[in-house]
Write a protein that binds this ligand. Structure first.
Ligand SMILES: Cc1ncc(C[n+]2csc(CCOP(=O)(O)OP(=O)(O)O)c2C)c(N)n1
Ligand SMILES: [Mg+2]
Length: 579
């Protein structure tokens, strides 16, 4: 929606610097917060006059991850900034995750003074080359009169098509330069995504509807693209016609997992005590599979072994290159929300008797599988054991979740525990996991970005002790920026996934997998946050409830069983893990 930029008190176009022009353009796109660390300084010094505040990260890697989670939760295009040179290099990991997870981020990277370019200026680096491979658009704006043009190009690139990071490089002196009168005439607001919704070819939609209606055993497998498109209501409407819906880890919450036709998360975690373990045949035996916003990656498909070999595939994605990448498919290229709506509409004029006749038996099968899963847990685990079993902790956590809760996980086991043991209570419930590149250290900054986007929602983060150690410093950020969250540390004193994978693959493990003991509650207290140590399972739920009721960040350091591992298929019944 076009909106007039509201240049603030005291700034007419005539006395605007490049910094003012930048800030006005960002404001025009709806930007209210920037994840930054004071650089470009001229920009941050004028930003408050435009109603833009700064979320000051401690490290750039964390800042980029905060921006990513802010986008996932708010559907707004976030802005992160960084200085030239070392700071810019630290933005790379965060942008890599956003790139692979298709999340829009605009990164404004300061460059050296235009007159010092290519002279080995202090912290000079080739930023145009640096971001290749982690951004879908990289440009340098070199004239003050073009700032508006380039800011708009950056937002358009980030938010349109398959969303992703856009990097705008801006020389430091541009911010104190004075643009010509009249150079900032743009009025469009481009700060939300998806920016342009396009629909798949109606003929292809009609063909897909016919295939789905006539299928013997259809299955929908929804990925994170459904969240990005804000298409959860449309997916639920399709499910209501009688279609079972499974999700990837990033697609968790695209349908309510309490719905009788929700299969749960499927992928490389369908081993013992996996939530959808007993529904593996339902996936393997499907004859028509509808993939939506699903990039069919290795973990989501259990190394491409899980999805049926002989099924007919229909693949709906905004990126035509994803369609048919790993599974040849009927091509539905377009936005998930518009296309699912059209597909459901087309299905309503089909004969849906097969779906209606099969529905009760399908619901019984799903309910029975869920009960067997719960029985597996009760039968095979001592949930009262100390050190605490992560499964116990997750079952307790699941009890206190509300439909509004936002759960964030770091990479490694934390992401898998969340996918399997927590319940999406509504379509649109959010479970934010770094499944783009599965890097350690995303948990805490993701939580802070999510809390910035939705200050009223309880935000709970689950992180391993290895992953948390990447980002302890951001606890101070949470306190300073008044972003209270609950952070649960799975303190198994090992690089768990690493150690267990080495045992499975090599029957041994390298010595760095074991840590010395760390007291994470003490770290929290040292940063002015609250810290609690949990050594017995019955201590966890009261500590969690107290933390959720408090208005400050609490770290709950839970001493967990180092032999516990989630239901990774590759680890199934492996004696080497019984050490
Ligand atoms: C940045 C980064 N470095 C290394 C890895 C490889 N890696 C994957 S899981 C893992 C162990 C994580 O340990 P921890 O965070 O304590 O979680 P746990 O598995 O013990 O629950 C490692 C090192 C990674 N994914 N990301
Ligand atoms: Mg660990």
């Amino acid at each position: 929606m076009p909106t007039e930029a509201a240049p603030s008190q005291g700034h007419s176009i005539a006395n605007m610097s490049g910094a003012h022009t930048f800030a006005a353009a960002l404001k025009r796109h709806g930007v209210e917060v920037i994840f930054g660390q004071s650089i470009p300084s001229a920009l941050f010094l004028v930003a408050p006059e435009f109603g833009i505040r700064q979320i000051g990260y401690r490290t750039e890697n964390a800042g980029a991850a905060m921006a990513d989670a802010f986008a996932r939760v708010s559907h707004k295009v976030p802005v992160v900034t960084g200085q030239n040179g070392p700071a810019a290099t630290l933005l790379v990991p965060g942008l890599a995750e956003a790139y692979k997870a298709s999340i829009p981020v605009v990164a404004i990277v300061q460059d050296v003074h235009r007159q010092q370019t290519d002279k080995n200026a202090f912290q000079e680096l080739d930023h145009l080359d640096l971001f290749k491979g982690v951004a879908k658009w990289i440009r340098r704006v070199s004239e003050a009169d073009r700032i508006d043009d380039y800011v708009d190009m950056a937002f358009t690139a980030a938010a349109s098509g398959r969303p992703g990071p856009a990097v705008l490089i801006a020389p430091v002196d541009l911010f104190t330069d004075t643009p010509k009168i009249g150079s900032g005439k743009r009025i469009a607001s481009l700060g939300t995504y998806p920016l342009d919704r396009t629909m798949a070819d109606p003929a292809a939609i009609a063909e897909a509807a016919a295939a789905l209606a006539a299928a013997r055993a259809p299955l929908v497998i929804a990925g994170g693209g459904v969240h990005s498109s804000d298409a959860t209501a449309e997916l639920t409407a399709l499910q209501e016609l009688g279609f079972p819906v499974a999700t990837t880890a990033m697609g968790k919450g695209t349908v309510a997992e309490t719905h009788p036709l929700s299969v749960g998360p499927v992928g490389y975690f369908m081993g013992l005590r996996g939530r959808a373990r007993h529904l593996r045949p339902l996936v393997e035996e499907a004859d028509v599979v509808l993939l939506v916003g699903n990039r069919t990656n290795q973990n989501g498909t259990d190394s491409w072994q899980l999805y049926p070999k002989n099924a007919r595939y229909i693949h709906l994605d905004v990126d035509s290159q994803e369609v048919g990448r790993n599974y040849e498919a009927m091509r539905l290229v377009g936005d998930a929300k518009l296309t699912l709506r059209a597909l459901t509409h087309a299905l309503q004029s089909q004969d849906l008797s097969l779906r209606q006749e099969g529905r009760a038996a399908l619901e019984r099968k799903i309910a029975a599988a869920r009960e067997t899963w719960q029985a597996d847990i009760a039968r095979t685990l001592d949930l009262d054991a100390a050190p605490v079993r992560p499964e116990r902790l997750m079952l307790d956590l699941d009890q206190v979740l509300t439909p509004e809760s936002i759960v964030v996980a770091d990479a490694s086991y934390a992401s898998i525990w969340v996918a399997n043991y927590l319940t999406a209570r509504k379509a649109g419930a959010r479970f934010i996991t770094p499944r783009g590149i599965a890097g350690l250290g995303w948990g805490l900054p993701f939580a802070l970005g999510a809390k910035t986007a939705r200050p009223d929602a309880p935000v709970i983060c689950l992180a391993g002790d290895g992953g948390f150690a990447h980002v302890w410093s951001e606890l101070e950020t949470s306190r300073r920026m008044n972003l209270p969250i609950v952070l649960i540390v799975l303190n198994n004193q090992i690089l768990g996934y690493q150690k267990h994978a080495e045992k499975v693959l090599f029957d041994g493990y390298s010595d760095v997998c074991d840590f010395q003991a760390v007291d994470h509650a003490m770290i929290a207290k040292a940063c002015g946050c609250h810290g609690v140590r949990v050594e017995r399972p019955d201590q966890f739920l009261p500590a969690l409830k107290e933390a959720l009721a408090a208005d400050r960040t609490t770290v709950i350091d839970v001493v967990t069983d180092q032999k516990a591992y989630p239901p990774i298929t590759m680890f199934e019944a492996n004696e080497r893990l019984d050490y």
